[in-house]
Ligand binder design. Structure first.
Ligand code: ZN
Length: 188
C-alpha cells in the first residue's frame, strides 16, 4: 500500500495486522488486528512501523459533565490514566489524559475487583477539572469498559454474568463494563 494514498477510516475499521504495524494515535490492537478508534485519514509510518488515524476535528478542553472515550494507558491499583480520543462522541485531537480514581468496590476484603486494565477502551464522565486535572468517573451503567482483551491470550473478552470471559482460553476477568459492552462497532 502506498503511504501517499489517502485512506479514510471509520471507527472499528481494520487497518493492518499487528505483525506489520503498531497502533499509533487513534488506533488500537484487537485480536491481532489494528483497528481505527475514530474517523479520519489513515497514516502509515513505515519507519516506526506505526499506523495512525489523523482527524481534522479541533478540540476544546473537556469540562465537567462531558463524556469522554479513550484507552487506558497507565493502570495502577488505585488510579488509571485514560488517553482521551473522543469528547461527547466527537473525535478530539487535544491529546488529553484523564484520571480515574478506582475506589474499592463494596464487599470489603477479598472483593476488590479490577475495574479497568491497560489497553481497555473506556467511556467515562468528567466529574472535576480541579488543578487542571481531568477527573473521570465510570460509575454509571453506560460508563466503563467498552472493549477489552484477555490478559492471557489477547482475544476479545465476552461479557458473561457481569464478568469478562475469553472464549479462546477460558480465562475469566473482572471489569467495570459499560451496559453496551460487546456491541459492534464501538460507540464512543
Ligand atoms: Zn484468553
Amino acid at each position: 500500500m502506498s503511504a501517499n494514498k489517502q485512506l479514510r477510516a471509520l471507527p472499528g475499521d481494520a487497518l493492518a495486522v499487528s505483525e506489520e504495524y503498531l497502533p499509533g494515535n487513534n488506533a488500537y490492537d484487537a485480536d491481532g488486528i489494528i483497528r481505527a478508534l475514530q474517523t479520519g485519514i489513515v497514516i502509515k509510518d513505515t519507519k516506526e512501523k506505526e499506523i495512525n488515524v489523523k482527524t481534522t476535528t479541533s478540540s476544546r478542553v473537556p469540562d465537567v459533565g462531558d463524556v469522554v472515550t479513550g484507552q487506558i494507558e497507565v493502570a495502577q491499583s488505585s488510579t488509571s490514566n485514560l488517553k482521551i480520543f473522543y469528547l461527547n462522541g466527537k473525535p478530539t485531537q487535544g491529546g488529553f489524559v484523564g484520571i480515574i480514581f478506582l475506589r474499592e468496590e463494596r464487599g470489603g476484603r477479598g472483593m476488590r475487583r479490577t475495574a479497568v486494565k491497560l489497553g481497555d477502551v473506556v467511556r467515562a464522565k468528567v466529574i472535576s477539572t480541579m488543578n487542571a486535572m481531568i477527573h473521570l468517573s465510570i460509575g454509571e451503567p453506560h460508563l466503563g469498559v467498552i472493549a477489552s482483551l484477555c490478559s492471557v491470550c489477547g482475544r476479545p473478552l465476552v461479557m458473561r454474568d457481569g464478568r469478562g470471559q475469553c472464549n479462546n482460553c477460558g480465562n475469566v476477568e473482572d471489569r467495570k463494563f459499560a451496559d453496551d459492552y460487546g456491541r459492534e462497532p464501538i460507540q464512543p
